[in-house]
Design a protein. Structure first.
Length: 374
């Protein structure tokens, strides 16, 4: 399938691709408001391809669990945290005291940012997950950004050189958002082993379940080795629970205790979210079906973008980033007028669009509209 560009083909196709992605101004996409959405009380008529949500709904088991439990919504969920924590601990082969829950993985990361902001700086790749950058800046943290390398991996060699006594936190998003690229496991593990001796390393694995490339691996084994590393994950993506706000972190107990001390809510995860997450986590057949559907629609998206002459970065997630030869924000507004939402990126004088993998019908509509505009 020639339209799926590997890294070498991508670089050959677009010699300036790397320069276009590297360190640039703040993401135009961050906290973007939609005037059309604000004028409509319902978003049901929109094709939502801007937030990397799963278009395939939630597990039938989760839906049933929510229905059965909704009458208990008047109760605090205190004791029921252990159900999900124990389940994750069993799956990941870690003790329960290694796990913390939050209202999405972002909730855990924001607590980490507050933990780190007292002194020093945060070391991050560039570009990377814009919500992490957004909350770090809101907390007035000092950010040290390191450009991705020419393979769209985190430049770990350059990052390691910048780790100093001033570094309080190191953030690695793998697979990375917005590029969809991965940083190979061997390089990342070695970096984490070295860097974690000087600072806490956060490895954000929101898209972990989508990756099938053997070059990738979770860094959870480092947690088991009691390294100064925390893994953050979410139920928002492959499990389809973005609206129920639930995620988790995995680290050794000393880190978990520090995070719990900074907790701003004695019960950040709602009762129904817990029940849905437990049911979803157990439903392996549903998870596999989402993986297969995502592969199919992503292959379709690659092919159609190729027909339009638009180069995209090979993605290991449920979204694709591709380059356009016009103002991405203006193009996004034109698509928005047709009730199609995507994310524009303006990076170092290059223009990019990130589109989530919706259903095939949604992507057909998107491609049809895009073809008229490009």
């Amino acid at each position: 399938m020639g339209y799926v560009l590997d890294r070498r083909q991508w670089l050959k196709t677009s010699a300036l691709a790397v320069a276009g992605l590297m360190a640039g101004p703040d993401f135009l996409a961050c906290r973007r408001k939609s005037s059309i959405l604000e004028q409509n009380s319902s978003a049901d008529d929109f094709i939502m391809l801007h937030n990397n949500e799963s278009p395939f709904g939630i597990s039938p088991n989760a839906r049933e669990s929510i229905t059965r439990s909704i009458h208990l919504s008047n109760r605090y969920p205190h004791g029921y945290y252990s159900d999900l924590i124990d389940l994750i601990a069993e799956r990941e082969n870690t003790p329960p005291d290694h796990i913390i829950l939050g209202a999405g993985s972002t909730d855990v990361m924001v607590t980490l940012i507050h933990l780190a902001k007292t002194e020093g700086e945060i070391l991050v790749g560039d570009p990377t997950y814009f919500d992490f950058i957004f909350y770090a800046k809101r907390s007035e943290c000092s950010l040290n950004k390191v450009r991705l390398n020419d393979k769209f991996e985190h430049d770990l060699e350059a990052m390691e050189k910048l780790v100093s006594s001033q570094t309080n936190l190191i953030y690695i998003c793998n697979p990375n958002n917005p590029t969809g690229s991965i940083t190979p496991k061997d390089k990342l593990q070695l970096f984490c082993e070295h860097a974690s001796k000087k600072a806490l390393v956060v490895v954000h694995e929101a898209y972990h379940e989508y990756v099938e490339d053997e070059a990738y691996s979770s860094m959870i084994d480092l947690v088991k080795q009691r390294k100064n590393v925390i893994i953050t994950r979410t139920f928002s993506k492959i499990f389809g629970l973005a609206g129920l706000r639930i995620g988790y972190g995995i680290a050794h107990p000393e880190i978990i205790k520090k995070l719990n001390k900074l907790s701003r809510n004695f019960a950040p995860v709602a009762w129904l979210s817990l029940k849905a997450a437990v049911a979803s986590y157990r439903d392996q057949a549903f998870i596999q079906s989402v993986i297969e559907k995502n592969k199919q629609v992503k292959a379709f998206l690659y092919e159609e973008l190729d027909k339009l002459g638009l180069c995209c970065i090979p993605s290991h997630t449920n979204f694709v980033l591709f380059k356009v030869d016009q103002d991405a924000s203006e193009l996004t507004k034109k698509l928005e007028a047709q009730k199609i939402l995507v994310r524009p990126f303006g990076l170092n004088n290059k223009q990019w669009i990130r589109v989530s993998c919706g259903t095939k019908q949604e992507l057909q509509t998107f491609i049809s509209s895009l073809a008229e505009l490009v």
